[in-house]
Each structure stands twice: as structure tokens, then as C-alpha cells.
Design a protein around this ligand. Structure first.
Ligand code: NAP
Length: 349
């Protein structure tokens, strides 16, 4: 089928500028790249943070949207791993490029995409890439980017941390949802998480062993009532000053807390107690993450097929890319509860 010359895209024209629907040329894939017709594109908190707070991106106009699922419709030079018509998903790339999700066609690096297994929809698949990359890098990349643990890929590496406790703040965040599943694959036990009580049964079905009510501070006494083994590993999927501080208090000397937002200043003091925060940046294209993420994407289809990794819950917003702005407002207001907001760019009017 012939490809269109132009597509709809949602552009942020300048720093702090509004999202504007524009026509852009459909890009052409280069070496080791494919062109993907985007069927589903999921929203992330970072989309509103970039637009509203002017963080992370220097060059404008900028295309945002970092969770992509769709069909391969064009192959660049040297691509043999996928074929036209394959259903794939990937993470978008931040910056002034054509590799983001708030458009109808994106360029994708062939080494960091995975085929969508038959048991998942495009919408399901669009919930995975950003959400899994942050805990995967935080747990398994080498220091200073992560905890340096062995990734649970292949039977010989699953269950490696059996009997080691882990605390995961925010089990119902997208990053927490995937952190719990990775912790389970790695054999961590107990897997203690924090969430609203209404999410308890879902999080236990994923692998959490204990769900503490997120409305109160989590204390060392609460954790000690669950395990007498000291806590050396924390994944903080919330990373507010409060959760960072609670983790700091609970962490044993020599322990590390992966944070998804900027570490608070008190971590400097923590060095005296041999406690540290690791600020994870889940971008697949960062050179120090690339090989690890390639390996993850090589294995993701199989993990999803077997149900060892499950996608997040989905809420589809109406009107294609026109739904992004309202969705990001909902997220900014803290009204997203254990669900990923998804738009379908081909439905843009
Ligand atoms: N560094 C990175 O690479 C990276 C990557 C992805 C995300 N992030 C950051 O990670 C954070 C989470 O993003 P996300 O997309 O995973 O989240 P999300 O799904 O949008 O977060 C919503 C969920 O957070 C829960 N929540 C809110 N405050 C909480 C608290 N104090 N304790 C426990 N749970 C709480 C809510 O629970 P209820 O249902 O009870 O309301 C809700 O289910 C954001 O700050 C985001 O910017 C960073």
C-alpha cells in the first residue's frame, strides 16, 4: 500500500509552548531503521513535565510521546529482523527527531523494538516500553546507572535473588507495575510495595507479597514486621521527597534506592551512612543503556507470550492525537489511577 506524503503530528513549537496539531512529512527510514505506522501511543508524566516545566529538551520544535505500538510499513537499509506488516512496539526517543509517538508515523531503531505477541493488542503493547525500561535499567544496569544486579533473562538467571527482600514504592505506578514483575522474575522475596488498598489484589497477582497502604508513611517497624532481613534494595516509583526520605530511613547501610525523579539533597548526607540514591533515566538511546535495552527488547516478546511480564491497564482516549492534551492534564492533576492513558494517532481528525 502506498504511503502518504504527509501525516498529522502534535508538535510543541517552542519551550513552554502549547501542543499544536500540524502536518509533517512522513519520514524515511535510514540504515537499521524501520518506519512504523503508529496505531497506539501511550502518555507518560514526562510529556506534561517537558511541556509545562521546560525540562529535558533543549531543541524546539519538539515531538513528544515515548510509548509506541504499530505496524512496520517501511524498511531501511540492512534491516532483516522484521518484515513489512509486522506488529511492533518500542520506546520513542527524546529530542528534536522523528522517533516520538505523538505522530502517525515514526522512525524506529530496529535493535530496540519487539514484535507484539498474539495475546496483546496495540493498546496493551503501548503501555510497556517506558514503564519497563526505568526499573530494568535501575535494577540491572551497572553502577552508577543502576544496582548492577543480574537481569532475569534465561532460566539460569531467574530466581537469582531468592530470599532477598525488596521494597517498591508505588506498585500501582506504571514503573512500579513492571518493577514488581521484574523483582518476581529475579526471585526477590518478600516483595513489599506501597499502594492504595484498592489495588492490593491486582498487585499481589503480579507478584507483590505485601502491600502497605500508601496513605501513611512506611516505617522501618512495618517492614521489620514483614522481614528481619535488612533492606539493601529499594525501587522508588514515586520519588517524592516523602518517599525518598522514608526509603532512606529504612535502607540498611550499604543499601541503594533507585529513584525515578531527582534525588533529594539529603542523600549527600547519606554517603556517611553508606546509603545512596541512584537516579535512573530510562531513555533507551542513552549510550550507557543501549546494549542492556537491546537485550531486553530481544527477550520481551517471549516474556509477554509466556505471561511472565504483563502489560499495564489501558484507557483509550477519544479523537486520536487531539486526546493528548486533556489526558496529560488528567495525569498532571494526579487523577490517573493504575491505568495507562493511550491515544490512537490514526483516529486523529
Ligand atoms: N526516570 C525515568 O526514566 C522515569 C520513567 C517513567 C516514569 N518516571 C517518573 O515516575 C513517576 C511515576 O510515573 P508512572 O507513569 O509510572 O506513574 P503513573 O502511573 O502515572 O502514577 C499514577 C499512580 O501513582 C500512584 N501514586 C501516587 N502517589 C503515590 C504515593 N505517594 N505512593 C504510592 N503510589 C502513589 C497512584 O496511586 P492511586 O491509584 O492510589 O492514586 C496511581 O496509581 C513519575 O514521576 C514519572 O515522571 C520516570
Amino acid at each position: 500500500m502506498a504511503l502518504p506524503t504527509y501525516q498529522k503530528a502534535l508538535l510543541v513549537q517552542e519551550k513552554f509552548g502549547d501542543f499544536t496539531l500540524v502536518d509533517l512529512p512522513v519520514p524515511k527510514p535510514g540504515k537499521d531503521e524501520v518506519l512504523v505506522k503508529i496505531q497506539s501511543s501511550a502518555l507518560n508524566p514526562v510529556d506534561w513535565m517537558i511541556q509545562k516545566l521546560g525540562i529535558l529538551i533543549k531543541d524546539y520544535p519538539a515531538l513528544l510521546g515515548f510509548d509506541i505500538a504499530g505496524d512496520v510499513v517501511g524498511l531501511g537499509e540492512g534491516v532483516t529482523q522484521v518484515e513489512i506488516g509486522d506488529k511492533v512496539f518500542t520506546q520513542g526517543v527524546m529530542g528534536n527527531n522523528n522517533q516520538s509517538g505523538f505522530q502517525q508515523y515514526a522512525i524506529v531503531d530496529v535493535h530496540t523494538l519487539a514484535k507484539i505477541p498474539a495475546n496483546l493488542t496495540y493498546d496493551d503493547a503501548s503501555t510497556i516500553s517506558v514503564g519497563i525500561a526505568a526499573p530494568y535499567i535501575g535494577l540491572y544496569n551497572a553502577s552508577p546507572y543502576g544496582l548492577g544486579l543480574v537481569p532475569p533473562l534465561g532460566p539460569e538467571n531467574q530466581g537469582k535473588y531468592s530470599g532477598t527482600p525488596i521494597l517498591i514504592f508505588g506498585g500501582s505506578t506504571v514503573v512500579g507495575h513492571f518493577a514488581i514483575q521484574l523483582a518476581k522474575l529475579s526471585g526477590f522475596a518478600p516483595i513489599i510495595t506501597t499502594a492504595s488498598p484498592k489495588h492490593e489484589s491486582s498487585l499481589k497477582a503480579l507478584g507483590a507479597t505485601h502491600v502497605l497502604d500508601r496513605s501513611g508513611p512506611v516505617t522501618e517497624a512495618q517492614v521489620q514486621a514483614i522481614t528481619r532481613t535488612s533492606i539493601k534494595y529499594i525501587f522508588d516509583g514515586v520519588s517524592t521527597p516523602e518517599t525518598q526520605k522514608q526509603g532512606f530511613e529504612i535502607l540498611a547501610p550499604g543499601g541503594k534506592q533507585v529513584v525515578v525523579l531527582h534525588p533529594e539533597a539529603f542523600w549527600e548526607e547519606g554517603k556517611k551512612e553508606d546509603k545512596a540514591a541512584i537516579h535512573v533515566l530510562g531513555g533507551k538511546a542513552l549510550p550507557h543503556h543501549y546494549e542492556l535495552i537491546k537485550e531486553l527488547f530481544r527477550n520481551l516478546t517471549g516474556l509477554l507470550e509466556k505471561g511472565e511480564i504483563r502489560p499495564h491497564n489501558v484507557e483509550v482516549l477519544p479523537n486520536g492525537l487531539n486526546g493528548v492534551v486533556g489526558g496529560l492534564r488528567t495525569a498532571e492533576e494526579g487523577k490517573v489511577s493504575y491505568v495507562k492513558l493511550v491515544v490512537r494517532p490514526q483516529e486523529t481528525s
